[in-house]
Design a protein around this ligand. Sequence first.
Ligand SMILES: [Zn+2]
Length: 195
Amino acid sequence: MLAGTINWVWGLRQACQRLGYQLVLSTRRAQWVDVRHVMDLEVAQRRRAWEALSVCPRTCQSEGAAKCTYWRWFARAPRQQERLQIFRQRHSLRRIGNYLRYRLGCSILPVVMGRRDSTPRHLRHCQQCSTVAVGDERHLVFECPAVQHICNYHSNLFWDGQSMRGFVNQTDQAAVMDFIVACFDSFIQIDSGTL
Ligand SMILES: [Zn+2]
């Protein structure tokens, strides 16, 4: 392959350079590529993009708010790369779907639904309690008095100083899912007047 020729090798070298990996092209001998190192550089680059997002989903600007919410409140720590255990257990699709929608920030919570009609974020109040707080994912878990009885029932999932990422990424994912699904079921019962 001739150095300077625009071909796939040239594209590979450009991509490596963008990651900070210098790939020297030679027509005389093959060049080994440290694939593991290149992949580590690519992961580090993607991680920097996430970490550049605002610190708090509640105060970040609207653009990128969903990404910010995922990164700050739901993303698994690097040591938690194993597949979610709920996929290896028997759970109904409805329960798994409700839980995953919550974790992916596309649930029926006011903070999510308000995006559809462009309701200002500070006006996306929780409809289940009288706190006039924004009905976001954190409010559901740690603040909403309407689900206090469910928190009490699942008290083993809570401890002092707990973070959102710590809560949702607990080892017992089935128990976390039980809590989240129970909260949404409770909301539906309240809305339908059966509770
Ligand atoms: Zn509430």
